[in-house]
Design a protein around this ligand. Structure first.
Ligand SMILES: Cc1ncc(COP(=O)(O)O)c(C=O)c1O
Length: 491
């Protein structure tokens, strides 16, 4: 057992000097080394780790340099007001949900959302009404919001106070946010966007439009995921000033009272870098990624996805709409031919010192930033080309279309109920006290408070039999509420 398990473990990890095709966006500090001010920051890194002393302002009551920097941030992204978050997009999602909705409010929510959103629903005691995601059988993963289902849910729930959308998802795929905002606004619903993976959107014409520019009411972006900023840093952008007093309160409430100045400096820097060099850097990067995408696509058995591979046209009223609005070309989703495993390809890449962001049954996701270099792409290509497909063979997995079960209790009501574990086979008709999420596809089959029906039970058993990782189960047992006697039902 090492004396310093974390420190020694991390030092060992960085010694291997992996090629980082994953977060964070600064890629081992390269993002700071590109400018004089960035180098100065790195040189003085630990000296910049200060607390609120005279002259350096206060994040919880910004009047000086932090206020100035927040104003520059809002101007650059085109929001009415923007905030620095030192507790990640998780805190931003909590803050925007708490400031936009009150206890008991009905809110429309994309089923495939991040757990910080599910947690906020519980903490704010909201009544969620879920919107389905479309599955792509090419990708074997959820691609985007099902626009037909969105319209049905919207028209049936005109009393909902708002809608929460993820844009883009982990695969860099963007739902048709423009259409969703237009429809939601007809019913005066607030549109909150979790754009954790989209902090760089809008900087180049070949990237998806920023959710701020599409006029969402509030948008959260993880600065650390794609920009040159330290892990745990994020921005919250506000377009609709109606709740601004509450936003001020909740942002402050969800952030540490000892915010890291290293984080604040790096968020200031990420905006500066994007504003000063972004367009030209992304132009170069997108050209390079386009070139290597073609090369990788010539390798048998694998393909870096494009919008046309996954877009599903949906007939809405008289129009054919693209359900996939756009994709993020700074990300590679390497999709494998049926029968080959993304997990095994991910392991193979790691063994070759290439750190991937995520892998699933059929795909490997790689995140690039302007600080990745051409030799890394060349190495990626060569390693992929050398991959022996026979070594990454896997049993076929068909992702199931899923239904959204009936809700017996709102998720927050489950917290104080007595619960027990039962065998999944005996769970039909019981109320789940867990969110059961197979990876892939990463979309909950059931959320807490919902009644386990035939379709859901069959789906859970299917994924268990296929050996898929499932969050929310323990040894094939599920937590349910102890006594369920019909309870209150929500449609
Ligand atoms: C879609 C989405 N939203 C929110 C978050 C939370 O972001 P953070 O890690 O910055 O708290 C994540 C994290 O991976 C995410 O993928």
């Amino acid at each position: 057992m090492p004396e310093l398990p974390i420190l020694e473990g991390i030092l060992e990890y960085v010694k291997n000097n992996n090629i980082q095709l994953c977060m964070p966006g600064h890629k081992g500090g390269r993002g700071f080394l590109e400018t004089t001010i960035g180098k100065d920051f790195l040189k003085n890194l630990l000296k910049c780790d200060i607390t609120e002393v005279e002259g350096v302002d206060n994040l919880h009551n910004p009047q000086g340099i932090i206020k100035e920097s927040m104003e520059l941030l809002a101007k650059f992204y085109g929001s009415k007001k923007s905030y620095f978050l030192v507790n990640g997009s998780t805190s931003g999602n909590l803050a925007m949900i708490f400031s936009s909705f009150n206890e008991g409010d009905k809110v429309l929510i994309e089923r495939n959302c991040h757990r910080s959103i599910f947690n906020a629903i519980i903490m704010r005691k909201l009544k969620p009404v879920y919107i389905n995601n479309l599955m792509s059988h090419t990708l074997n993963a959820p691609v985007c919001i099902d626009l037909e289902h969105f319209l049905q849910v919207l028209n049936k729930n005109k009393d909902a106070k708002g809608i929460i959308v993820t844009y883009p998802n982990y695969y860099g795929i963007c739902s048709n946010l423009e259409y969703i905002i237009k429809q939601a606004k007809k019913h005066n619903m607030k549109v909150l966007v979790d754009s954790a993976h989209g902090a760089h959107f809008g900087i180049h014409n070949d990237l998806p439009q920023s959710a701020v520019k599409l006029n969402a009411d509030m948008v959260v972006t993880s600065t650390h995921k794609t920009l040159s900023s330290l892990t745990q840093t994020s921005y919250l952008h506000v377009n609709n000033m109606e709740d601004i007093g509450k936003v001020d309160f909740y942002v402050s409430a969800f952030l540490s009272t000892s915010p890291s100045y290293l984080f604040l400096c790096s968020m200031d820097y990420a905006r500066y870098y994007l504003q000063t060099y972004g367009r030209q850097k992304y132009e170069k990067m997108l050209n390079m990624l386009g070139y290597y995408k073609d090369k990788i696509n010539s390798i048998k058995g694998m393909k870096v996805i494009s919008k046309k591979d996954i877009n599903i046209k949906q007939k809405i009223d008289l129009y054919q709409l693209d359900s996939v609005y756009d994709i993020d070309n700074t990300r590679y989703v390497i999709n494998l031919k049926e029968g080959y495993s993304g997990y095994l390809l991910g392991n193979y890449l790691r063994k070759n010192n290439i750190q991937v962001e995520m892998s699933d049954h059929s795909n490997v996701v790689l995140i690039f930033s302007p600080f990745n270099e051409e030799w890394e792409l060349e190495k990626l290509y060569n390693v992929l080309k050398r991959c022996d497909l026979n070594k990454i063979k896997v049993e076929k997995l068909d992702l199931l279309e899923y239904n959204i079960p009936i809700m017996a209790y709102m998720p927050f009501e489950i917290m104080d109920k007595k619960k027990k574990y039962i065998d999944i086979k005996d769970s039909l008709g019981k109320v789940s006290a867990a969110n059961v999420v197979p990876y892939p596809p990463g979309v909950p089959l059931i959320n807490m408070g919902e009644i386990i029906d035939d379709v859901t039970l069959n789906s859970i058993c299917y994924y268990i039999n296929k050996g898929v990782d499932i969050l929310g189960l323990e040894d094939n047992k599920i937590r349910v509420i102890d006594e369920f006697n019909g309870g209150q039902k929500y449609e």
